[in-house]
Design a protein around this ligand. Structure first.
Ligand SMILES: Cc1ncc(C[n+]2csc(CCOP(=O)(O)OP(=O)(O)O)c2C)c(N)n1
Ligand SMILES: CC(=O)[C@@H](O)[C@H](O)COP(=O)(O)O
Ligand SMILES: [Mg+2]
Length: 641
């Protein structure tokens, strides 16, 4: 394709079909421009930077070689897909990434036909790609499915479950292992060591060697040998790796920043007829942007930053500590005098605050990799043997380990402590990362205690409560970010299980709050008082067991009762309604309303806007109370007061 040297090449590339028109020797230039564009975009939006920088060449090469969107390209997690978005018709919106109404920070089916499968939670790509490949096989279509999965994501069991089943896909399935020797933190475990051995024990495989191996053009004696057994052939190509044992032809390691080599290797892989292939590509997280390459976290996730210096705009600082750090620091302190306390994270040491614990007690901190299911059952084993394990997992990621929570923990009534961070709406990560369902999924389980603090001092008390509680499973859920600035007690008092508190006493309206909506509940109470409506505010602290005595009293002494929580239906409101119905507490005409997340997924935005959309801010609490007061006994709203 002819291209005027004075115009950026990227300006001529809107879709992968434009890349495919380019001469191969133009691809390095395209990759350079794509990298610059990505840095520029993320400098104004913030987001996941390091992972995308590492796959710029891979993005160009895959779209050059494969016939996307007919061939299905599936990015695992999807946090590395920004360059892919730029070359698949979304460059004009790339500066809306992760903003309200803008592009998602992950792959999303509704956004583009080039995103055949949505992601954000890790390690789903091989299963999904296998589904596409088998569907193609069944329908007689030639299309291929290409999963690009990171070394961190490869630590999850699901990846192996998929590979274990992959043989039937034949050459319709290609897995590209993007090995940058990083997860969010440095990766852990034996897989990491095994990949490192593969990388260090051989030079990068050049396109020619790959072609020869795939075509079976081996040195004479080897070829004769190889021809005799299919098994040997596999071994020769694969080097006998774990992947080979799982039925894949292993090709690698390949230099993931040499775009022309990548193209040639992928062309060979595309045209090979050897069954499912795994291409081991070695990349650098943060590649090509100095501040990212030099950062310990390789700029996995950043806020807005200055492109020249790389300095992130983290604000003036000095604000209230984050819930994650309150959790980690409190637990670390408690562990000083309790040698049974352990902490477990599934590849999120800094996000969960377990890094603080690990600094103080390295032998009792466990990063299990992206392995939430294993993490929970591992904790159950620790608890069964008398330890006091705290499993710190984001609310959204604990969803993956639900059966382990039910079967290994709850049914056996084991005292595993769950610290569920990122509860409620989380902002820029959007619906996939919202911690909406934990109150419903844990609150329904016999034996569980479930708490939610209204501020960081309460969280410290709840962590202490968990450390002291050996009677069964116990969980606390708290939001992303900083608290209200309440002083954190040096020596937090444990709470009495199942006891809430009255924050403000009134007589006509009762707001029953769970978690950090308390601040909005208090604001709403002020506004109601200003309208002459005497309002009680209760901080229930426990979704389970409920403070039945307190709730009974509130429901029988107020005209309107409203529950408020940052969770989907099935949480606090459902439990309060069940109590009210079981005991006939509404029979006397009490007007009861439950305020919770709506029955739809809420996309990325600033959290306060998300809560506005969800109808959980103070004005909406006020409106709910006024509406209830206006409704008559048939539930019909009467004329506005
Ligand atoms: C089930 C699940 N657990 C945890 C996470 C958080 N998470 C997102 S990316 C990531 C690291 C992924 O590492 P890798 O696959 O190697 O990709 P890289 O960022 O290195 O490109 C983690 C732990 C997640 N998205 N999903
Ligand atoms: C991609 C992913 O799952 C994580 O990087 C996540 O975005 C981190 O979220 P926090 O910023 O809330 O730690
Ligand atoms: Mg990685």
């Amino acid at each position: 394709m002819s291209h005027r040297p004075d115009t950026p090449l990227l300006d001529t590339v809107h879709y992968p079909s434009d890349i495919r028109k380019l001469d191969k020797d133009k691809l390095p230039q395209l990759a350079d421009e794509l990298r610059q564009e990505m840095v520029s975009a993320v400098s104004v939006t913030g987001g996941h930077l390091g992972a995308g920088l590492g796959v710029v060449e891979l993005t160009v090469a895959v779209h050059y070689v494969f016939d996307t969107p007919g061939d299905k390209l599936i990015w695992d997690v999807g946090h590395q897909a920004y360059p892919h978005k730029i070359v698949t018709g979304r460059r004009d919106r790339i500066r809306t990434l992760r903003q309200g109404g803008g592009l998602s920070g992950f792959t999303k089916r509704s956004e583009s036909e080039y995103d055949p499968f949505g992601a954000a939670h890790s390690s789903t790509s091989i299963s999904a790609a296998l589904g596409f490949a088998i569907a193609n096989k069944l329908s007689g279509s030639n299309g291929r499915a290409i999963a690009v999965i990171g070394d961190g994501a490869m630590s999850a069991g699901m990846a192996y479950e998929a590979m274990n089943n992959a043989e039937a896909a034949g050459n319709r399935l290609i897995v590209i292992l993007n090995d940058n020797d990083m997860s969010i933190a440095p990766p852990v475990g034996s897989l990491r060591n095994s990949l490192a051995r593969l990388v260090s024990s051989s030079k990068y495989l050049g396109p020619r060697a790959v072609a020869e191996k795939i075509a079976g053009m081996m040195p004479e004696p080897v070829q004769r040998w190889a021809e005799r057994t299919e098994e040997y052939m596999r071994g020769w190509v694969t080097g006998g790796t774990l992947f080979e044992e799982l039925g894949f032809y292993y090709v690698g390691p390949i230099d993931g920043h040499d775009v022309n080599a990548l193209v040639e290797v992928l062309e060979n892989v595309r045209d090979a007829d050897k069954g499912p292939m795994l291409v081991h590509v070695v990349t650098k997280k943060g590649k090509g942007y100095g501040p990212a390459e030099n950062a310990a976290d390789k700029y996995h996730g950043v806020v807005k930053f200055d492109v020249v210096s790389g300095k992130q705009d983290k604000g003036p600082g000095g604000g209230p500590p984050s819930y994650q750090n309150v959790f980690g620091e409190t637990l670390a302190r408690l562990a000083e005098t309790d040698p049974k306390i352990c902490a477990i994270t599934a590849a999120m040491p800094s996000g969960t605050g377990v890094d603080k614990f690990a600094d103080a007690h390295p032998d009792r901190a466990f990063d299990v990799g992206i392995a939430e299911q294993h993490g929970v059952t591992f904790a159950a084993g620790l608890a069964a043997q008398g330890m006091r394990p705290f499993v710190a997992i984001y609310s959204t990621f604990l969803q993956r380990a639900y059966d382990q929570v039910v079967h290994d923990v709850a049914i056996q009534n084991l005292p595993v402590r769950f610290a569920m961070d990122r509860a409620g709406l989380v902002g820029a990560d959007g619906a996939t990362h919202a911690g909406s369902f934990d109150l419903a999924y844990l609150g329904t389980l016999p034996n569980f205690v479930v708490m939610a603090p209204s501020d960081e001092a309460e969280l410290a008390r709840m962590v202490k409560t968990m450390a002291k509680y050996d009677d069964g499973p116990i969980a606390v859920r708290y939001p992303r970010g900083g608290g209200r600035g309440t002083a954190i007690p040096e020596n937090p008092e444990p709470l009495e299980i199942g006891k809430g508190r009255i924050v403000k006493q009134g007589s006509k309206v009762a707001i029953l709050s769970l978690g950090t909506r308390l601040e909005e509940a208090e604001k709403a109470a002020e506004q109601l008082e200003a309208k002459g409506l005497s309002t009680t505010v209760a901080d229930l602290r426990f979704a389970k067991p409920l403070d039945e005595e307190l709730i009974r009293k509130l429901l029988s002494t107020h005209e309107v009762a409203v529950t408020v929580e940052e969770a989907a239906i099935g949480g606090l409101g459902a439990h309060v309604l069940t109590l009210a119905s079981d005991e006939g507490l509404t029979d006397g005409g009490l007007k009861i309303r439950t305020m919770r997340l709506p029955d739809r997924f809420i996309d990325q935005d600033k959290p306060e806007k998300q809560y506005d959309e969800a109808g959980l801010n103070a004005p909406q609490i006020v409106e709910t109370v006024l509406k209830a007061l206006r409704s008559n006994s048939a539930g019909v709203e009467e004329a506005r007061a």
